[in-house]
Design a binder for this molecule. Sequence first.
Ligand code: F0G
Length: 450
Amino acid sequence: MAENKQAFQKCINPACGAEFECSEAFFKCPQCGDLLDIKYNWDKIAVPKKLSDFGKRWTTRNNRLDFSGVWRFRELLNFCPDEFKVSIGEGQTLLQQNDMLAEFIGMEKGSLHLQYEGLNPSGSFKDNGMTAAFSHAKMVGAKSCACASTGNTSAAVALYAHHCGIKCTVFIGSGRIAFGKLSQAMDYGAKTIQILGDFDDCMKQVQAVCTKLGLYLLNSLNPFRLEGQKTIMYRILEGLGWSVPDWIVVPGGNLGNSSAFGKAFGELKQLGLIDRIPRLAIINATGADTLCELVNNRKLKWNGGEVDEKIYKDFYAELTAKNFSPHTCASAIEISRPVNLKKCLRAIEICNGIVRAVSDEAITDAKALIGKYGLGCEPASAATIAGLGVLLAEKVIKPNETVACVLTGHCLKDPNVTVNYHKEGAGKYSNPPTECPNDLERIIKLMSQD
Ligand code: F0G
């Protein structure tokens, strides 16, 4: 079946390798339960010869697909006919060269770039994936959908579901979501169910609910979502004049982004559209550092798809025995059983990737710097700059290397963390407000103090 199609689904487990048409909707291989991938027969797709050909579509942006920062690259995610493609203007994001922050952290001018995905319609990178997954949902005629979320997925799902006229339920861990994100899910009209548990509990429940009730699942287990997230990398290349950076730095939670980025670069290399692949640095929070533990300490590897499952199953059993629940101020990445683990291991192999974990203190300090010198971001996104600091100190990343950090979410998603950091004056870069009597003399005196 596969050789006749432009695109098809394939199980990533080499022992299974089952293939399915894109017109079917599963979130796991129905034969063995492993993750599904989208594969392309590139010889059946008219892929532009040069990456810069995609950039020419800026001039035809009155065409809704050329306007979308995802569908502008449509031949590289060619799994559904145009008539089903959904767009609400996602992907109008920017790559900011940030020399002030570069200098502050000891990098050379021109080296550091921040890819601000907070500029998406729902304020996070998730919209890149949702536009792709909802296009697939429309293609298969889905009427009702669901997701588990630490917040951003639920906001993006709620927004796109409403746009597509699909009913939507979101599951969030009680007390585990930033207020900006919760407010979006409610405002966009999603049925919001708060489960007394953490994200991993919600993830488990939502899979059971989707199986039992036949709902369309929108977590990053959904392979079509990751196809959309590949375009974040295309836009970074575009922002660099179609040149390849030395490093991509990304926060690691459920590991959908890192998986998608590895796939994107592997495909571009295969197509001859790039001549080298950047290295990938994935940054966990220390309070939710499963990937860091498994890769660095327990030596878990992709190994051509023959992943040693005992290594991570033993680790998860240890977490269960300890009744472990992850905790970090970067609530978006407060995840201890990442569903895309295997695909992420593949991305690490493709991109010669590395993993580090950073403390909440390092995250909030880095967030303040990104706010001061850049466009701001939410806590999880700041793990990138905190991780970059670690990798510069280790001399793994050199000050003159070209680095692109993916700032995954908008600075207004989690104002509580920001206000607490500055208000309490406890952080290295806190900038607390000063109270003053309602008196002109006193106000002027206070202003002349520094
Ligand atoms: N950054 C932000 C702002 C996020 O919302 C997430 C994930 C991540 C990073 C981690 O990305 O899962 O691809 O490794 N948020 C999910 C959610 C889990 O439910 O909103 P990942």
